[in-house]
Write a protein that binds this ligand. Structure first.
Ligand SMILES: NC(=O)c1ccc[n+]([C@@H]2O[C@H](COP(=O)([O-])OP(=O)(O)OC[C@H]3O[C@@H](n4cnc5c(N)ncnc54)[C@H](OP(=O)(O)O)[C@@H]3O)[C@@H](O)[C@H]2O)c1
Length: 271
């Protein structure tokens, strides 16, 4: 199932849906006319149509009926309402790709009465083609449908398949919520730069490029992260002093606790 000439409908066209189709359009994986964005918010649809040239509808039913791939992108608490409106309206070959946190494949399958379900946890850097998505598929998903899902998810960044659904809650706590943690760290570093005397735009440039550069270096060098840290930590030097203060502030344990709290919450929301 190639994406050529396929219609990809979004049920719920908020932040995450926009990030996915913006990433796909940016890399020209699909054309704007292949995207059909459905949402209850008419103003939001007008904005998306103007900005990306995608087709829009306020009818989830119409979006489901027309689609080869339906991406479920409403908040989990609105899924039951959205599902009631589209149940039984899919073509036999339609792939349903959920990005909703916490809603299991079994629940989606029963709610929609449709067997071909891929469940995924993406993140908002998809907006610039640098997303990270973890995904898994129901047994009934064909190889062609799985390839279509992978083409969509890798079209807006990197994607990793996992065989068991339990990894999705873990993914929610790391890549799903992760940009939130990183943005908080960026803010804290920028504020420290401003406190020392840099203007905010200069502090922002320094911090963002340092973080982007460090992440790319870690990814592309293949060197163990601890070794990369050792390389910049001279005995008695500035980095050693900075790292010591961060360890005193329990940075490692605090970050791990944050991720574990998100994991716990993800599992709670799924019940
Ligand atoms: N944001 C992330 O970083 C992230 C990461 C991983 C997974 N996710 C998952 O992605 C999903 C969407 O999250 P989001 O952050 O994009 O939320 P969002 O910005 O609130 O987008 C959801 C959109 O769906 C609309 N909507 C609500 N009920 C609807 C219905 N019955 N039919 C059609 N549209 C409806 C909302 O309209 P109103 O605003 O008018 O209610 C809103 O425009 C969630 O399930 C979340 O778990 C998000």
């Amino acid at each position: 199932m190639s994406l050529k000439n396929q219609t990809i409908s979004f049920i719920g066209s908020g932040n995450m849906a926009e990030a996915i189709f913006a990433g796909l359009l940016r890399k020209e994986v699909v054309q704007p006319s292949q995207i059909l964005a459905a949402d209850i918010n008419h103003d939001r649809l007008v904005h998306l149509a103007e900005k990306y040239g995608v087709r829009t509808t306020t009818s989830n039913w119409e979006a489901a009926l027309d689609a080869d791939v339906v991406i479920l992108a409403v908040k989990p608490q609105y899924f039951a309402t959205a599902a009631a409106g589209v149940r039984g309206h899919f073509k036999n070959h339609t792939l349903v790709l959920s990005i909703m946190a916490g809603i299991t494949i079994e629940t989606i399958e029963h709610s929609l009465e449709h067997p071909a379900i891929v469940r995924s946890i993406p993140n908002t850097p998809a907006m610039v083609g640098e997303g990270m998505t973890i995904w898994t598929a129901a047994e009934q998903v064909t190889d062609a449908q799985a390839q279509a899902a992978e083409a969509i998810l890798t079209g807006c960044g990197q994607a990793a398949y996992v065989a068991e659904e339990k990894y999705l809650d873990m993914a929610t706590a790391i890549n799903g919520s992760g940009p939130g943690y990183v943005f908080l760290i960026l803010e804290a570093m920028i504020d420290a730069g401003v406190q020392m005397g840099f203007t905010r735009p200069v502090a922002e440039q320094i911090v963002i490029q340092t973080v982007v550069g460090s992440a790319l270096y870690a990814r592309e060098s293949g060197i163990h992260i601890a070794q990369l840290r050792n390389q910049v930590t001279s005995p008695g030097g500035t980095t050693a002093a900075g790292l010591f203060a961060l360890e005193q502030g329990n940075l490692r344990a605090t970050l791990a606790q944050g991720i574990m709290a998100a994991y716990k919450r993800s599992a709670e929301l799924g019940k």
